[in-house]
Ligand binder design. Structure first.
Ligand SMILES: Nc1ncnc2c1ncn2[C@@H]1O[C@H](COP(=O)(O)OP(=O)(O)OP(=O)(O)O)[C@@H](O)[C@H]1O
Length: 699
């Protein structure tokens, strides 16, 4: 055994003793929390107050239990040795025994762990050594050291291949892994940035934007109890992507993050898809103005009103109705809530009219009596009251007998009044508002003056078509819901948006609505934008909501795609994002290959390529990425036996060991901005890329 190996074995054994102690403590904590939870659940509760208190305590313990259970895999992964001899072990969560000053394990998000990520040979931050531990099934498999103070390795320092290289070389599984043990300094700086507002992270494909976004979500939960208490939401572009990243946060011990798409956020299940040009139209912010205008047009647009009250008809003129409308609008409430203000104001006006009527009727009677008997009824009543020792009284107010409150209460419950109010200020549903805009060309013309008639025609559908909502309708329904019923109840303390370049102006409004504190992490790359997005940079996307109040970071190192693959995309990148500097890849691999097949033999050519690849690299995760229209044919040819079959429109954010991009020209032609779809497709592989172009069929 070489000295290096003997040293390594000894270090592994030493670390094992510590790791065993850490797992022992984890087991102890688990036993304690399980027992506490069982006690709480068994404890008697008398009355609703105690039941509630018991539920709160049980939920708190259940969360702690989930956290401890989730930390099993890779509980300890690092260690830092200070120049002063202090040693800290870094892991998924913090663990401390009663008697010790230093914790047995430091949570990776704690300030004390920062040097593990940020120290460099230039800025060692007081460290002598950073050690990575590879632990599987509670056994230490390897250790690997970096010396940071410029000293030469001595016995006990195991300087070998970096753990980052190991993580990047690992076979892809179709599910993203946490990178908590190997977060790089530029990524870590963003993850634990103290910035409370909106952090934007951009960078080319594979620069770790998703890694940063998910680790930042975990960091916010740890470091900002305020945001954590109000919940953290992670939004991704589609179900395939969410599935890909679904393991990362639980493996970081965080199970309380809501992971979803913009479409699913509202509970509406989109049942139809529509052409991307229509979806893009629906994404424009003009739609927000249109919906607001439409709702306003349903709020007492003009004219007077006749209300039947018992046997009487009360006529309110346009000014009365307009005053009620103004009061309701000035309340700032959503349409259905402001309706009550409108109704109350109208009823006040009706009561005032009834009172005026009563006064006039009394005056009329007085005048008739005076004319026929010569008697002044008011003066007589006043004299009688004075004689009885009263001072003036009811006769001073001719309508004093009119009980306005009783009349008002009667009117609130009156069906005629309710009908009259409904005709002026109808109760609305979000669905009815959106349908009115999308099915009535006159309404669309009135509400969307900035759209051309062709654009409006593409937007509207027949009123007879069955009502089935699309993804692009969801933000419209959400907007309408806010207009008619008020802001959503479920808001979040922090929102993370991945592939944020994909969001339309209407989707950004949905996101902002759910984050009143404006604490967000947004990651994306406009060179990878799909055809529906309505912005071409961050200022356009965020300016309407934040002005320039966002901190922008750019990641520059590519961790996924090999240098060889990235180089072949430089020309394409220069066309789709002329100002963008290509990222610098830290990986090398085979040169990409290009094949050609005619349409008749295309599927066979793809299968042949996959067969060859799987014989040469049996363990690799492969994908065939093609224009959406080719998916059916390739599936029929049995491609899925060898590879994941991914339509180019759903490839964003995904990663494979090898990818076969079928029909690059077809991908480009399939939808507007198709070159960006091709750029996404070409940058998914960590090891090898093969493109199969479709040649003109000689036949
Ligand atoms: N610090 C790291 N340690 C280990 N792996 C990393 C690290 N940073 C990035 N990676 C790996 O690099 C790959 C690309 O990362 P990620 O998906 O976050 O990039 P991205 O910028 O979001 O890509 P895209 O633009 O294509 O969505 C992933 O496999 C990820 O696990």
């Amino acid at each position: 055994m070489s000295q290096f190996n003997a040293d390594a074995v000894q270090q592994v054994e030493r670390e094992q003793a510590q790791v065993t102690a850490v797992y022992g403590l984890l087991d102890e904590r688990l036993t304690e929390v399980r027992a506490q939870l069982a006690d709480v659940l068994r404890s008697p509760a008398d009355g609703p107050g105690e039941v509630y208190a018991r539920e709160v305590a049980a939920e708190r313990l259940a969360r702690r239990l989930r956290l401890l259970e989730g930390a099993e895999e890779g509980l300890v992964f690092g260690r830092i040795d200070g120049a002063d001899g202090t040693v800290l072990r870094i892991g998924r969560l913090g663990l401390r025994t009663g008697g010790q000053d230093l914790p047995l394990l430091v949570d990776w998000r704690a300030e004390a762990a920062r040097p593990f990520y940020a120290a460099t040979a230039v800025h060692p931050m007081g460290l002598r050594r950073r050690r990575h531990l590879r632990v599987e099934d509670r056994r230490v498999r390897a250790v690997s050291d970096e010396l940071l103070d410029g000293s030469a390795p001595v016995a006990g320092d195991i300087v070998g291949d970096g753990p980052l290289a190991e993580a990047l070389e690992a076979r892809r599984t179709g599910r993203m892994r946490a990178a908590v043990a190997t977060l790089q300094a530029e990524q870590d700086a963003i993850v634990r940035s103290p910035h409370q507002g909106v952090t934007v992270v951009q960078g080319g494909p594979g620069t770790g934007k998703t890694v940063v976004a998910l680790h930042r979500a975990a960091y916010v939960l740890y470091a900002s109890p305020n945001a954590a208490g109000r919940g953290v939401l992670v939004l991704g572009p589609n179900a395939r992507f969410l599935d890909y990243v679904s393991r990362v946060l639980p493996s970081l011990g965080e199970n309380d993050v809501v992971l979803t798409t913009c479409g699913e956020l509202t509970g509406v299940v989109p049942a139809a898809v529509e052409p991307s040009d229509v979806a893009r139209l629906k994404g424009r912010s003009a739609l927000a103005g249109a919906l607001a205008g439409l709702v306003r047009s349903r709020q007492a647009p003009g004219g007077g009103l006749v209300v039947r009250v018992g046997q009487e008809r009360v006529r309110l003129n346009g000014t009365d109705v307009a005053a009620a409308r103004e009061a309701a609008v000035a309340s700032g409430l959503a349409h259905n809530r402001a309706r009550k203000v409108f109704k109350d104001q109208l009823i006040d006006a009706v009561v005032a009219a009834l009172r005026r009527g009563a006064v006039e009727a009394l005056a009329h009677i007085d005048a008739e009596v005076a004319e026929s008997t010569g008697m002044d009824l008011d003066a007589a009543a006043e004299a009688d009251l004075r004689a009885l020792g009263f001072d003036g009284g009811p006769a001073a107010d001719p309508a004093g007998m009119f009980d306005a409150d009783a009349v008002r209460d009667g009117l609130v419950a009156d069906a005629h009044v309710e009908r009259a109010v409904e005709s002026l200020w109808p109760r609305l549903t979000p669905e009815a508002v959106v349908s009115a805009l999308l099915t009535d060309p006159h309404t669309a013309a009135g509400c969307l003056p900035s759209f051309t008639s062709d654009e409006r025609a593409r937007l509207t559908r027949s009123p007879d078509a069955p009502e089935s909502w699309t993804d692009a309708d969801v933000p419209l329904l959400d907007e309408a819901a806010e207009l008619v019923d008020g802001p959503p109840e479920a808001t979040f303390g922090h929102i993370v948006v991945d592939e944020a370049q994909e969001l339309t102006a209407m989707q950004w409004r949905m996101v902002m609505r759910r984050c009143p504190a404006r604490s967000m992490t947004l990651v994306g790359d406009f060179a990878q934008a799909g055809p529906v997005t309505t912005a071409s940079d961050w200022s356009q996307a965020l300016g309407p909501h934040l002005g320039s109040r966002f901190a922008l970071h750019t990641l520059t190192v590519g961790y996924r795609t090999t240098r060889e693959i990235l180089t072949t995309t430089h020309g394409l990148l220069a066309r789709i994002a002329p100002g963008q500097t290509p990222s610098r890849s830290i990986r090398h691999g085979d040169a990409p290959r290009s094949l050609t097949a005619c349409p008749r033999t295309l599927a066979d050519a793809v299968v042949e390529e996959l067969r060859a690849q799987s014989a040469a690299h049996p363990d690799e995760l492969r994908a065939v990425i093609c224009a959406d229209a080719l998916v059916g044919d390739l599936a029929s040819a049995g491609v899925e036996r060898w590879a994941r079959l991914v339509p180019a429109s759903e490839a964003r954010g995904l990663e494979f060991d090898a990818s076969v991009v079928v029909g690059p020209e077809e991908i480009v032609a399939a939808r507007p901005g198709g070159e960006r779809d091709l750029y996404v497709a070409l940058t998914r592989a960590t090891k090898r890329l093969c493109t199969i172009a479709v040649a003109a069929d000689p036949a």
